[in-house]
Design a protein around this ligand. Sequence first.
Ligand code: ADP
Ligand code: MG
Length: 865
Amino acid sequence: MTGIDSLRNVLELERQKGYTDKAVIGGLDKYLHKQAGQIRQSLIPSLNEVKTKELIPQLLSGFDELNLANSNYGSYGVDERKRWMTNVLGWLDQLEKTTKTNSSQKVVVRSQESEVRSQESGVRSQKSEVSSQEPAIRSQESVASSQEPAIRSQESGVSSRERREELDSPVTVIKGITPNVAIKFAKLNVRELRDLLYFFPRRYVDYSRRKLVSELIEGEEQTIIGTIWQARVATLGNRKGTEAIVGDETGNIRVVWFNQPYLAKSFHTNARVVISGTVGLFKGHKVFESPEWELLKDKELIHTGRLVPVYPLTQGLYPRQVRKWTKETVDGYLWQLDDFLPSEIKTRCQLLDLPAAIAQVHYPDDLAMAERARGRLAFDELFLLQLGVLARKRDWQEGQPGNAFHIDQEVINKFLRCLPFTLTQAQERVLQEILTDLKQAKAMSRLLQGEVGSGKTVIATLALLIAAANGYQGALMAPTEVLAEQHYTNICGYLSQVGTQEPGEGTIRRHTGFLSRPLTIALLTGSLSSNEKERLHYKIGQGEVDIIVGTHALIQKEVEFNKLGLAVIDEQHRFGVLQRSALRQKGFNPHVLVMTATPIPRTMALTLYGDLDISVIDELPPGRQVVKTKCLEPQDREKAYSFLHRQVSNGRQAFIICPLVEESEILEAKAATTEYERLSREVFPNLKLGLLHGQMPGNEKEKVMRRFRAGELDILVSTSVVEVGIDVPRASVMMVEGAERFGLSQLHQFRGRVGRDKEQGYCLLISEKLSPEARERLRLMEKVHDGFVLAEKDLELRGPGEFFGTHQSGLPDLKLAKLTDLRSLELVRQEAITLFQSDPNLNKAEHQPLRQQLSRAWSRGAEWS
Ligand code: ADP
Ligand code: MG
């Protein structure tokens, strides 16, 4: 047992014995006089454990002030003894708090002590005055002293509140971070100490490979530890710099720093130095050119000889400074950070503790540790996101019950038998997921994701039929009229293969022979005449229509459903959360199925549409091919046109997409019209061209689309309105003008319009002359055919705000979480669900830190209550 431990035991015993000086034979003073020296020595290993090295001098002087070697305990009265005891134990507490011992054990010990010690609170408050020069310690000390017994017994809770205040301090608390520097940090969203802990390096430079001077190899990043034989200001090229000769037992090497003559002063002869960098050759001799360097003292290396963090910087922030500051923050303040994650989760998911993760993400022992650290921190991001999202879900699910549908397998079989294809496995799986939901007396809330052409509409149609078979209405809402019309046509097409379509008007059709009664399906779009609309509204209200396909017109307040049981929303990233809930409110808590071909990364989907479960059709119908994609510059346009020509003469069709005109559909339509005229006149005078843009009346759009689909047109010149969902089996070329203006996901959507048949599809992306980065981005389209990966790239390059539109902000930051890592997303989600089920309001005492962290993470969105 070390001297300190026995000291504490003796003192505790003395206190238990009522300050009678009977704890040790011969009295406390004699014991202390003899032991003080040894106790002080036994301090050294403990001090090595102190996380904040700066506190060491304070601790030592605090110990000396106690003056144990000359104690006078025996001569005190009981009150004085108590006061003295409190002082000494207070110091021991300080030491304990600043060293890394198992804190959970300590809490137990302390709560026992607290009852005894609480009688002495008056004395302790004096102590807090004394220690006022010691900010880090004092903040805890003063709480302990100013609170009365009841509070003191939950010390850990109280002091964690205090700690947070300290981590909330501005970064200027760190020496060297001036208000001016703080402004620069603010640009990187780093304002408080906590932010600095969470200011993660982008990557690491590996300077961990230490070599002897004789082993140095030209062209590699290496590290040496050596002695400075000489350093001086030298003229290098024609500017002043620093030159040094550094050597170890195997040899010497020249080291130069260009333009940094002031460095020479830092390098004293015989000082030990660590040099990390790439070795070059100069006149046949090896040389380090402007390497990282660090004088070897007893401090941990941060610039050399290890994995060195590379931070994202802004003008006026320099790597060496930033490293020094993050290191100081980690060393000095990290211990104040509560690990808010319940320990079962950490164990189950094999996660690092939070302080370890933060320490390792900045200054990792090795790359594997850096990875683990990132893993833990990414987990946190997603976990907090998930919990917040689950809270939203709870909030609306606690509303009314949903409608349980009876699933008539016969209806399903009848439909499937009549399809000209069999469902893919993925379609089957997703169908079952949906049917399972529909059977519940809880409203379904599901997102159906699937690449373009993966066959979502068939599945949605089946769900709508089930609703109709149950006597409910079903609605399918699409973002554009063209798409609504196409859905309408497709659904009618499927149904007429099953039953008989009665002759009737274009926008309301009756099918018999499928259900025991006629099935009515209607199309409701903004371009209906007001008479037609009114009539349709009336029929919908009377329950005379079973399935209503439409656009935003569906959620207008004039539309009153008789008995809405299922709402399907297609391509939902165009709809905000508001529209979705508007549709929800139209029914008796209808089941909701949201479909998207935009491969929204799953977490994002769960976040923005957090009340949704997710189904993915991750398989295309057999025979589909990757669309060959090529990025072209304006001078290649002629070649592209002749390619189109050849394709058309082989019986194929082509799209030409006109550049996006931000903010103005009218200008965009104008540009498309001009382009259409030019192409018709000058480029393809003998081909049949069509024009499609958002400003055309709905029936005209439909006419053009119908003609294109029927093969009466060879080329469709269009604005981005064809982006979503239009299905033209014979189209084989998608040519996009001004490709650089579109997001990668959007381009991927365009590309999904072609090659839907067994024939090879082609995508030609024409852009203006681009910067290397913009070019690089577009080039991804040639290599990457996975919509999720492209979506992630979009997110990376443009941020979620751009990706989803600005109205969707207010989410917690995702700095490390990989949105494409579905497996870990699933893991996090499961953990969040489990926790949420056990303590939905996070009321349990052990979940308080988590609760606080959650509200911190969501503070911008202010979603958590
Ligand atoms: P999505 O809405 O996911 O883009 P659709 O449902 O419009 O896809 O289907 C695209 C095309 O593929 C349609 O012509 C559809 O009839 C067809 N299709 C759907 N499922 C299959 C399947 N399992 N096998 C073959 N073709 C299919
Ligand atoms: Mg579709």
